[in-house]
Design a binder for this molecule. Sequence first.
Ligand code: AMP
Ligand code: ZN
Length: 117
Amino acid sequence: MQCIFCKIIKKEIPADFISETDTFVIFKDIEPAAPIHYLIVPKEHIQSIAHLEGNHKEILASLIYGARDEAKKIGLKGYKLVFNVGREGGQVVDHLHLHLLGGWQNDGDIDHRKIPL
Ligand code: AMP
Ligand code: ZN
C-alpha cells in the first residue's frame, strides 16, 4: 500500500498545491500550525532524515532551497523549517517532508514552545 504523500504526489488524492518541480512538490498542510504552513515533499519516497542515503544529498538540498525560494516568493521575512524524525520526534507521515512555517507579524505573535509540531 502506498503512503499518503505518494498518493498526493501522483494526484490520486487532492491537496492544495503551491508548486511542483522535477524533484519535489509543495502543498499546504491540512492542519496548519502557523498562518503559512507548507510541506516540501520529495517525489522519491524516502522515509525520513534517518533513512537518507549517500545519493540523497541533492534531494535534501533541493527541499531546503525550495522552501527558501518559496518563502522569498511570498514575502516571508522570517520562518521556521522543521524536519520531524521518527515517532519520538513527532513524525506521523513516513515520507520525508520539510515543514515551512511562517506568516507571523513579529516575534510577539508566536510562542515558539507552543507550535504543535
Ligand atoms: P509530521 O508530523 O512531521 O509527520 O507531519 C505530517 C504533516 O502532514 C502534519 O502536519 C499533517 O497535518 C499533514 N498532513 C497529513 N495528511 C495531509 C494531507 N492529506 N494533506 C496535507 N497535509 C497533510
Ligand atoms: Zn511516500
